[in-house]
Design a protein around this ligand. Structure first.
Ligand SMILES: C[S@@+](CC[C@H](N)C(=O)[O-])C[C@H]1O[C@@H](n2cnc3c(N)ncnc32)[C@H](O)[C@@H]1O
Length: 248
């Protein structure tokens, strides 16, 4: 049934919440970045944020994802945009990336670190950063400490480790980084490139898989996720964590 997920996600402009403005806003906080930084984009999907990073920097970007069709799509877009010299597209696992220590001035990861675990990702990826390198992660968080029971119950199943956003600041510090800045992703960034096209795709797929019960269960669960966000977006969302590796 994994194919059902991928059939949805391969059709979308992005594979998670985010937008160009927020990627640029986070990037602007990195005031000590070298002029031509080496950048690693972890869990790049089809590379929506990779292309934004290519626009705002003259550095080299390695875009990594474990789903080969996403990487194939990104390769085509990279060629078409003339970024072939600056963006390398790699199929790989974020849990076992064997780049040399200190390879990158910046590691960027939108909507992906939570799959491995925020703290685990911070620790596992740290050696890949140069001294004073930056780590920028967008992560699902609670915006309020109290939330209605329905949404608490939903995330108790879907993402039990989800934290109130401020409670992740000390985790950043204890993992060997300084907090440089934080901002919440605006809700438009969930709808424009992600949930609005997802809902359209779900309608199409409901027709296509009308006789497939297992597929309908998956489509229902994605629709429920969207409905929860529509109802409770003031309580949770993505936070952008802009952090810098401590030198010692
Ligand atoms: C929520 S999507 C975010 C994609 C993209 N950054 C965006 O914001 O549109 C998470 C991405 O992580 C990728 N992913 C999942 N597990 C992975 C792993 N173990 N190693 C590398 N990428 C992984 C998925 O294929 C997917 O593209």
């Amino acid at each position: 049934m994994e194919e059902i997920y991928f059939e949805i996600f391969e059709s979308l402009p992005r594979q998670g919440p985010g937008d160009e403005e927020s990627t640029k806003k986070a990037f602007q906080k990195l005031v000590e970045l070298p002029e031509h930084p080496e950048i690693l984009d972890v869990g790049c999907g089809t590379g929506s944020q990779t292309m934004v990073l290519a626009k705002v920097t003259s550095g080299k970007i390695t875009a990594l994802d474990n789903h080969a069709p996403f990487i194939e799509k990104l390769k085509r877009d990279v060629r078409w945009a003339g970024y072939g010299e600056r963006i390398s597209c790699v199929v790989g696992d974020m849990a076992s990336m064997n780049f040399a220590e200190g390879s990158f001035a910046l590691i960027w990861s939108e909507g992906t670190a939570n799959i491995m675990g925020f703290e685990k990702a911070l620790n596992a990826w740290r050696p890949l950063l140069r001294p004073d390198g930056y780590m920028v992660i967008s992560e699902m968080v609670w915006f309020k400490e109290e939330a209605p029971q329905e949404i608490r119950d939903y995330f108790a199943k879907e993402y039990p480790d989800m934290k109130y956003y401020e409670h992740s600041f000390p985790i950043v510090e204890s993992s060997g980084y300084k907090m440089i800045d934080y901002f919440p992703l605006p809700s438009e960034a969930w709808w424009k490139n992600y949930y609005t096209p997802s809902e359209k795709k779900l309608v199409e797929m409901r027709r296509k898989y009308r006789n497939n019960k297992d597929a309908q269960v998956i489509l229902d669960s994605f629709q429920l996720e969207i409905d929860m966000y529509r109802k409770y977006s003031e309580y949770y969302g993505y936070g952008f964590y802009i952090t810098q590796k401590k030198s010692s």
